[in-house]
Design a binder for this molecule. Structure first.
Ligand code: C5P
Length: 284
């Protein structure tokens, strides 16, 4: 697939997000849930290219392009219309899709955030203020640094001191219906993280601290989709293994790139039909 080469263009990575822990602390009147989540971006993702053009268009290629819509319902196009704000600007958008969809690692949200940043730079216009209306995970995906995410996803604070770490991501190939997982929660009012996060001297201390916290969506997701149990079992040997977001992708934490690479190679060879990746945790 070729993209028009007319000079001005912007290329942005759309890195996966991982919820290292995710506490569901309440529910709003509109049904959305209040969260308290430690979110990092990791060095694997999609790539968005925006080239100045007469009109807005989107093309998609890559190993995970199958079934991704290219019309107005794609989050990338919705993000583009939000930045354009009715002015009628044009750009040829091209997405290389590496991340699985409906997988708990923010694929669509990362693509939307990359589009907002790329088009704001390409057209020289400010970022829109109400990006959360594209999706609860879009605001957190505007930054590559670790963040604490509260509210329904729109209250963000930077988190310093995350030690160097690597993840192995494993997706057992089942898309997850996020609303169904939220609906199956046993309790919607669970304790948040402590107000003040501690200092973590190294990756082992960080993993031990995380182990005292939770992904509240993991039990209902596992009950709906037993494949998640197999993904978590395959990550045995990591410092911590947990599900991200509403699943089904699970992550294992490792203190070295080599450990992560070896674990990913072993899991990929044992489960050739799964999506498996290893990547550094981005620290801003
Ligand atoms: O915002 P987004 O489209 O990513 O959310 C997908 C679904 O996940 C929502 O329709 C809602 O059912 C659920 N959700 C929620 N509370 C949040 C985020 C998502 O209930 N904070």
């Amino acid at each position: 697939m070729t993209i028009p080469d007319r000079g001005a263009h912007v290329v942005r990575p759309a890195y996966a997000k991982v919820n290292l822990c995710l506490h569901v602390t309440g529910q709003r009147h509109d049904g959305y849930h209040l969260l308290d989540s430690l979110v990092v971006r990791v060095g694997v993702g999609d790539t968005l290219t925006a080239v100045l053009d007469d009109r807005l268009s989107l093309s998609v290629e890559g190993p995970r392009a199958g079934g991704v819509p290219t019309g107005a319902q794609n989050l990338v196009m919705r993000a583009a219309y939000l930045v354009d704000a009715g002015a009628g600007r044009g750009a040829a958008l091209h997405l290389i899709k590496e991340l699985p969809n409906a997988a708990g690692i923010g694929g669509g949200s990362a693509d939307a955030a990359a589009t907002l940043l790329a088009l704001s730079a390409l057209w020289g216009v400010p970022l829109p203020e109400d990006v959360a209306r594209l999706g609860a995970d879009v605001p957190v995906c505007l930054s590559d640094a670790p963040q604490r995410m509260r509210g329904v996803g729109e209250v963000l604070t930077p988190v310093d001191g995350v030690p160097p770490m690597w993840v192995v991501l494993v997706n057992p190939g089942v898309p997850v219906p996020t609303p169904q997982v939220f609906a199956a929660l046993a309790s919607k009012s669970n304790p948040p993280m402590p107000d003040r996060l501690p200092d973590w001297p190294d990756a082992a201390a960080f993993a031990a601290w995380l182990a005292e916290h939770r992904n509240d969506l993991e039990p209902p997701a596992r009950a709906l989709l037993p494949q998640i149990d197999r993904a978590l079992a395959a990550l045995d040997g990591a410092m911590l293994a947990r599900m991200s977001g509403s699943g089904a992708t699970c992550f294992g934490l490792h203190a070295s790139a080599r450990d992560a690479r070896d674990a990913a190679a072993r899991i990929a060879s044992d489960h050739p039909d799964w999506w498996v990746a290893d990547a550094p945790v981005l620290r801003g």
